[in-house]
Design a protein around this ligand. Structure first.
Ligand code: BTN
Length: 271
């Protein structure tokens, strides 16, 4: 397959000019069209200098969602993947995902004053509908590990273009256009996301403290105290969501009052 060439567009120039980060987004690839920004970022060879490299596509033809799902990615949405060369143990990968989600929640608030809610570990909701999903891939084939954080934010699009294709019947999709009532400047939104992500990442690295991220995550979620069905691997677990521990694992109270810790995530639906 021919490798698509990045489009050195006005988009990239404007974003670079506005961006106030030290590392994230310092190298940016922008494509008018790509199969998947995630695949493109994954295909770049693991290399320390890649830290912060950001791949953006205006439209994806084969966007990837979690658990092998397709991610519908028409023009107008925010489809990007950010490469992190981690300075921490791979056991902490869940935190990269949390950092990505928190950055999106902050950026959406900054630009629209909408308060999004988080659903463990990687969904971002507005009024109970999914507006954004985060996908994390880990490439560990040599001694340099590479994490790719993919952000799919339904920005300036119609939810009808997505809902018709959804396989997750429990969670309907929404878009920023529909919730905010206006289109948002994608460049400003990307700038905010990258800046907030760098803020959380640097803070995490300098303190090594997961509690701050966990606390912030809990503050932004309304899952706690609710009944939910969580897939732990292939096993369906039903119970009340009671807490998130400092390792990012979900704690559920089952009907026999025992506490179950869910580390492996597959799918959650709230009831
Ligand atoms: C999910 O299933 O909730 C995660 C969806 C992640 C979609 C994003 S869009 C940018 C990046 N490229 C992809 O192909 N997928 C991720």
């Amino acid at each position: 397959m021919r490798k698509p060439k990045p489009n050195e567009s006005i988009f990239k120039t404007r974003l670079s000019k506005l961006l106030r980060t030290k590392k994230l987004g310092k190298s940016i690839y922008v494509f008018n069209e790509l199969d998947s920004t995630q695949d493109y970022a994954n295909s770049l060879p693991n290399n320390e200098s890649l830290h912060g490299t950001t791949v953006i596509a205006r439209k994806q033809n084969m966007g990837k969602g979690r658990i092998g799902r397709t991610w519908i990615s028409p023009e107008g949405g925010l489809w990007m993947s950010i490469i992190i060369i981690p300075d921490f143990s791979l056991a902490d990968i869940i935190f990269t995902q949390f950092i990505g989600s928190l950055a999106v929640v902050d950026a959406v608030f900054e630009n629209t004053k909408i308060n999004c809610k988080l659903m463990w570990p990687n969904d971002i909701l507005i009024n109970g509908k999914k507006v954004c999903g985060i996908l994390t891939d880990v490439n560990a084939e040599n001694e340099i590990k590479k994490i790719v954080v993919g952000i799919g934010l339904n920005a300036n699009i119609e939810s009808s273009s997505i809902n018709n294709y959804l396989t997750d019947v429990n969670l309907k999709a929404t878009t920023l256009r529909e919730e905010y009532g206006n289109d948002i400047d994608l460049i400003i939104l990307i700038k905010s996301i990258l800046e907030r992500m760098e803020y959380y990442y640097d803070d995490f690295l300098s303190s090594g403290n997961t509690l701050e991220i966990v606390d912030r995550w809990k503050e932004k979620s309304d899952m706690f105290g609710k009944k939910a069905i969580v897939y732990d691997g292939n096993q369906q677990v039903m119970g009340e969501i009671i807490d998130l521990d400092q390792n990012g694992a979900l704690l559920m109270k089952l009907s026999d009052t025992s506490i179950r810790k869910i580390i492996y995530y597959d799918n959650v639906s709230l009831h």
